[in-house]
Design a protein around this ligand. Structure first.
Ligand code: PEP
Ligand code: MG
Length: 962
């Protein structure tokens, strides 16, 4: 978008007449490198066609469309003439805003200026302004508009009361990116206020990212009389931006049109809130003008409106725009309408239909310009970035850029930037039977695609997620909802997408991160069918190896990846814990995520080095940098091959010091795969995933079955099971935790488990029973560890249950080779390790949480998580204290956080005395290989060096140059 900067402003100009002023403006553009000298004639030619005087002493000279060939770069130059110039149309001008635009970006400037035109006294202030900052301030005040559109509406929601509706509306705003969790929490804690006519209102200014208004309406009537609910408005308030929306809401109530809002479609609701009355007649017309409704065609349009016997209003069909007077030039320009956009004209009373016909005819005629028909499907409406938003700056070439590491490995390849396709479809359709048939056929085709993908995924997490998609697609309630939509006159596409959105929103209302990811899965499934219905296939990737760049990746996008060609994955959004990142790891594709919008400005075909280990990308690397990266990639591939061949060797340093290498698992079904990769046991079984896979707490038998599956596959290798670690940021739906301001510091891990000791007891019992020997089979080695322990008191509370079970269950029916330990995740526990070491059997350091709590950085923070480095000397000192205390009591220490597989960290951890490293199964061979790289004395020296540093960067640098 074009914006005015102070450097664009030239003060204190003098000119003999308007022609000389125009020449100066042209020279200023040339000097700024925006245009070639030939543009001058274009400026004069345009002025000869009609005046570019806008109002309030401002003219906006710009070249004719033909003269755009002289434009080198889009930009503006503002010239101030304090003495004023008599413009050729009789007006007096103090400021020229001279535009060099390659396309219709000048509409953005026009939109900004229309707001200036409404302000009184601006002409005089522009003439008298003594600084560029003052002129810029007067001209370029960015306009923040509150959002109200399809995406902020939540219609026909299956709610039972107005609070549920308020929550649905708030969740909708969160999903649209307008608010954060604190806003939703605020809405949840208030009772909506009555506006009358069955409408209710809830608002908060807390955690608002963009002002917006949402409306949730119920699926079926709620309440009667004073407590009737036909809708709940939820306002995300910020400054004054929402004022006009509230005024329109008040106007709607004054017209008495609130009662039936819940019976209306999204389109009609937006129309009512735009200020269009229910009794108005409307007509739509598309903007055909190549450069949108700029000043000249807008002038023609208002003249047609002024000739009508009734007043005509106009608004943009999409978005929340207000219906404005079609007879006001500033208002019409202020719409910022672009080629291809639809306008809705409305008028009431006698003469309305003639007026609407006249407006549409004028639009069709081109409003004084030669226009071409708009080719739907082939042409797209140019999109406008939100007012005030800066376009992302392109990434500089050959410069490493830090984002979030999501899946290890390095890739060097050209980019393929996948831009999300637009689905254009009619909202309404009259042939319900045909729409149903189309929908059914598309759902069937979608299911077949998924089936084929499940087949080619050959098991594993990808297949599991795709099977879940298949189940979602088969959901009779979803089909039923879409069929009802079709019956009400919607097209198959519109009905299907509404059904998907409603279901996804219901999912999101549960305010649970994992369930919210389910909503993303639903939309992913929905888009698959929508793509089939609209016959839109995704852009075809190149037939050579490439790095895929996307805004965000849905699970099925990852599953669709052609792994023979995709060398790496880069996303603008998302974090390392998203489903897609987990899948990228499962597929072994190097990935960097959360890199921000700037990566989407990269061109297809640009080379990139993507380092999934460090979360670093380097676009357009120099030949030398590329060669260096290629060498290390080749070296890495060679090491991987060697590591794989030696994966069943015991984990030992070069000089034979033993360090066990185990696997972290969330799913017991993956145990055999981990063993096949060389894991010497399971070092961390995240049992919460077993609980999350069930709609209620799994009973004793179910749990025994799960744990046995892992133990059978381990065939005598040890299993370290962590007891249920939920609460806080990862709640279990069937174990509600009160709303917390800071879930990471709240009721989670062992703290939560001890509030319901019977659940913990069942889990301990299941683990003990599953590890029993029998039938000439010895008992299996079982290690149980407690998460998030802060001191000995919590350990003792859990140990009391554990000891009682050991007493209660006869030895032959339970594990005999069993240990009880704690995770070191909370700094207090590391600091107090000497007090714990005497009583626990072992420690396992959870460096992910330990780093989070030591450095006070949320581990999932999109901007800060890159700084959350476990190689920080503060974290290392805590590990050192833990190991020293444990070894003094003859106890062992493992590390099961991500740090355990960090190539630089491995020798440091070994040097600190860590006895076991537990890493993701894929990493096992490489971590074993890394151990063979150094001997113990070397590791100790590295640990000492690291401990002596001041920051994690210092640690990494010191280790690198060593
Ligand atoms: C850790 O915190 O390092 C850990 C292993 O536990 P989780 O990542 O499951 O919280
Ligand atoms: Mg943890």
């Amino acid at each position: 978008m074009l914006t005015l900067g102070q450097d664009d402003i030239l003060l204190d100009r003098k000119a003999a007449d308007w022609r000389a002023a125009l020449d100066q403006a042209s020279e200023a553009l040339v000097e700024a490198g925006l245009v070639a000298p030939g543009y001058r004639d274009g400026l004069h030619a345009r002025e000869a066609q009609s005046s570019t005087f806008l109002g309030n002493a401002i003219a906006i000279p710009h070249g004719t469309p033909e003269s755009r060939t002289h434009v080198q770069r889009t930009g503006v130059r503002v010239l101030q003439f304090p003495a004023g110039i008599d413009w050729h149309d009789g007006n007096r001008v103090y400021v020229l805003v001279t535009i060099a635009a390659q396309n219709d970006e000048h509409l953005d400037i026009l939109r900004q200026l229309t707001h200036v035109l409404d302000r009184e006294g601006v002409a005089e202030r522009l003439a008298a302004a003594g600084s560029r900052a003052e002129v810029a301030g007067l001209l370029s005040k960015a306009v923040v508009e509150a959002r109200l559109d399809d995406e902020t509406l939540c219609l026909n929601f299956p709610a039972r009361d107005r609070l549920e509706l308020a929550l649905a509306a708030a969740a909708r705003l969160r999903q649209a990116g307008c608010v954060g969790n604190d806003f939703v929490a605020d809405i949840a804690s208030q009772s909506p206020l009555s506006l009358g006519q069955g409408l209710w209102f809830a608002t908060s200014a807390n955690d608002v990212k963009a002002p917006a208004l949402s409306l949730a309406t119920p699926e079926a009537a709620i309440g009667q009389g004073d407590s009737a609910v036909s809708g709940v408005f939820c306002l995300a308030a910020q400054g004054n931006a929402h004022r006009s929306l509230l005024e329109r809401l008040t106007a709607l109530l004054e017209r008495g049109e609130g009662k039936d809002l819940h019976q209306l479609s999204a389109e009609s609701v937006l129309a009512r809130l735009s200020g269009e009355s229910a009794s108005a007649q409307t007509a739509r017309a598309r903007v055909l003008n190549a450069h949108g409704l700029h000043a000249r065609p807008a002038k023609q349009l208002i003249q047609v409106a002024r000739r009508q016997s009734v007043s005509v209003r106009v608004r943009l069909a999409d978005g929340s725009g207000e219906a404005v007077s079609a007879a006001s030039l500033t208002k019409v320009i202020g719409l910022g309408a672009r080629r291809g956009q639809q306008l809705v004209f409305s008028a009431e009373g006698e003469g309305a239909s003639q007026a609407l016909d006249a407006m549409c005819e004028a639009m069709q005629g081109g409003l004084g310009e030669v226009v071409q028909p708009f080719e739907e499907g082939r042409e797209h409406v140019a999109s406008t970035p939100p007012e005030g938003a800066k376009p992302p700056e392109p990434l500089p070439a050959d410069t490493p850029y830090q984002a979030v590491a999501a899946s290890p490995g390095m890739a060097i390849a050209p980019l393929f930037v996948m831009r999300t396709p637009r689905f254009d479809y009619p909202e309404r359709a009259s042939d319900a039977a045909e729409q149903k048939r189309r929908l059914e056929a598309s759902i069937k085709e979608g299911a077949e695609q998924l089936e084929a993908l499940v087949h080619s995924a050959q098991g594993g997490e990808v297949a599991e997620i795709l099977s879940m998609h298949e189940e979602m697609l088969d959901d009779p309630e979803l089909h039923q909802a879409a069929h009802e939509g079709i019956q009400e006159g919607y097209s198959a596409e519109a009905a299907w997408w509404t059904a998907i959105e409603t279901a996804a929103r219901a999912q999101e209302m549960l305010a649970d991160r994992l369930l919210a990811e389910r909503a993303a899965d639903l939309r992913d499934v929905g888009r698959r069918v929508l793509g089939i219905l609209c016959d839109i296939s995704l852009p075809t990737p190149p037939d050579h190896p490439y790095i895929l760049v996307m805004d965000d990746v849905g699970p099925s996008d990852v599953a669709r990846l052609d792994t023979s060609r995709v060398r790496g994955l880069l996303t603008a959004r998302g974090g390392a814990t998203a489903h897609s990142a987990i899948l990228a790891r499962a597929l072994g594709i190097p990935a960097v995520v959360g890199a921000g919008e700037r990566v989407l400005t990269l061109e297809d075909g640009v080379e990139m080095i993507l380092d999934g280990e460090r979360g670093r990308i380097t676009p357009a690397p120099s030949t030398e940098r590329r060669q260096r990266a290629e060498l290390s990639l080749k070296e890495h591939q060679r090491l991987e091959r060697e590591a794989w061949a030696a994966r069943f060797e015991e984990g030992r340093t070069r000089d034979g010091h033993r360090v066990e290498v185990a696997a972290n698992l969330g799913n017991t079904a993956h145990t055999a795969d981990a063993v096949e990769r060389g894991a010497e046991g399971v070092g961390l079984l995240r049992t919460e995933f077993i609980f999350m896979a069930h709609s209620q707490a799994p009973d004793l038998e179910t749990q025994i079955g799960e744990y046995k599956e892992a133990m059978d596959a381990l065939n005598g290798l040890p299993l370290v099971a962590r007891t249920l670690d939920v609460g806080g940021d990862k709640p279990l739906p069937y174990w509600p935790v009160p709303q917390e301001d800071n879930p990471f510091l709240g009721l989670r891990g062992i703290r939560l488990a001890l509030t319901q000791p019977e659940v913990l007891e069942t889990q301990l019992r299941a683990l003990l029973l599953a590890a029993a020997g029998g039938d000439n089979r010895p008992g299996r080695p079982l290690r149980i560890m407690l998460p998030m322990v802060k001191d000995i008191a919590e350990f003792r509370a859990a140990k009391a249950i554990f000891d009682r079970l050991l007493e209660e269950i006869p030895a032959e029916q339970r594990a005999t080779d069993v240990q009880l330990g704690v995770m070191i995740e909370v700094p207090s526990c590391a600091l107090l390790a000497p007090t714990l070491a005497a009583e626990v059997d072992f420690f396992s350091v959870g460096t992910n949480d330990l780093t989070q709590y030591t450095l006070a950085i949320d581990r999932g923070h999109p901007a800060l998580s890159a700084q959350s480095d476990g190689l920080h000397p503060a974290v290392l000192r805590l590990i050192q204290m833990t190991v020293d205390a444990a070894h003094a009591h003859g106890k062992w220490v493992g590390v099961c956080g991500e740090l355990a597989s960090d190539a630089q960290a491995v020798p440091v951890l070994v040097g600190l005395g860590v006895d076991e490293l537990s890493v993701s199964a894929r990493q096992v061979p490489m971590v074993k290989a890394r151990l063979r790289d150094f001997d113990l004395a070397d590791a100790k020296a590295q640990a000492e060096l690291a401990l002596a540093q001041a920051t994690s960067d210092d640690v990494r640098n010191a280790l690198e140059v060593r």
